[in-house]
Design a binder for this molecule. Structure first.
Ligand code: CP
Ligand code: NVA
Length: 318
């Protein structure tokens, strides 16, 4: 058995709830497979690694990218995805997440879930005998961060020492980028308004991972300090799903954190602009920046497909 096959064996049956559960070498392995699958797709080479397998996808929140990339990704791997809105499942009528996980395990080969409370995903993973993939919770968005690592690697040639400045809310995206960067030896600088910094729990996890990889993690309450000499500038919505009622109040609090041409001037000359999307032009990012030459936002969106296909193939194949 080659090292590569041995490494692939170590993924079978695991959950993908947080990048913190994976070692640096394992994350590189996923990224390498994602690049291979991207190449195969672009060259019309079939890759039915999950022939006949089924993925149940539970959505308790809206989605454009996550739903389509998982759904299409499953088809491209020779499998079959099932879109399951919580409105239609008995989950919406009080069936427990644990019972749902046990029942799903009798029919399916994998579960993807997008929901609010991260603990629910942990509970689902504990109850299910099949891999559970986190498609976003209030705490984390690891699939997006994985696709972002893939994108940064493509554009910058590597990850070690790359400085990523994240501006805005210390939310699920900020958390997952901190963990991802910490694992891969990057320099993550966050610029967040006071009171909107990342959670202590995630900061602690990121700092622990950073000690192993040599990563640097900084949190500022000043957007200009965070972007200084950054190779990547990243932002996300100011009001996440579930926080719609705070949108107006947040717009005032976050206004100095907008990624616009003035802010970008403080970064490295070849800095690239990232956003997980959906974006709100004129709020967290100006139209000229997101639609400008440094923006890679649609490459990020595309890489969701390749990165998630790699995750599914590694976790769900026989
Ligand atoms: N970035 C992202 O997860 O997009 P969706 O909410 O459209 O899935
Ligand atoms: N922070 C955003 C990310 C959307 C992909 C949200 O949770 O709504």
């Amino acid at each position: 058995m080659t090292d590569k096959a041995g490494m692939a064996d170590s993924f079978r049956g695991r959950d993908f709830l947080s990048l913190n559960d994976y070692k640096e070498g394992e994350i590189y392995h996923i990224l390498d497979l994602a690049a291979e699958l991207k190449d195969q797709l672009n060259n019309n080479i079939p890759h039915p690694l999950l022939k006949g397998k089924t993925l149940g996808m539970i959505f308790q929140k809206s989605s454009t990218r996550t739903r389509i990339s998982f759904e299409v990704g499953m088809y491209q791997l020779g499998g079959y995805p099932l879109f399951l809105s919580s409105r239609d499942l008995q989950l919406g009528r009080g069936e427990t997440i644990g019972d749902t996980g046990k029942v799903f395990s009798r029919y399916l080969d994998g579960i993807m879930i997008r929901t609010y409370d991260h603990d629910e995903v942990v509970e689902l993973a504990e109850a299910a005998d099949i891999p559970v993939i986190n498609g976003l919770t209030d705490l984390l968005h690891p699939c997006q961060a994985l696709a972002d690592l893939m994108t940064i690697r493509e554009y910058k040639g590597g990850l070690k020492g790359v400085k990523l400045a994240y501006l805005g809310d210390g939310n699920n995206m900020a958390h997952s980028l901190m963990i991802a960067g910490a694992k891969m030896g990057m320099h993550i600088a966050l610029g967040c308004p006071q009171g909107y910094e990342p959670s202590d729990e995630i900061s602690e996890k990121a700092r622990t991972a950073a000690k192993l990889s040599g990563a640097e993690i900084q949190v500022y309450n000043d957007p200009h300090l965070a972007v200084e000499d950054a190779h990547v500038i990243y932002t996300d919505v100011w009001a996440s799903m579930g926080q719609e009622e705070e949108a107006k109040e947040r717009a005032e609090i976050f206004k100095n954190y907008q990624v616009n041409s003035t802010l970008v001037k403080g970064a490295a000359g070849d800095a690239m602009i990232m956003h997980c999307l959906p974006a709100h032009r004129g709020w967290e990012i100006s139209g000229d920046v997101i639609d400008g030459p440094k923006s890679v936002v649609f490459h990020q969106a595309e890489n969701r497909l390749h990165a998630q296909k790699a995750v599914m193939a590694l976790l769900m194949s026989d």
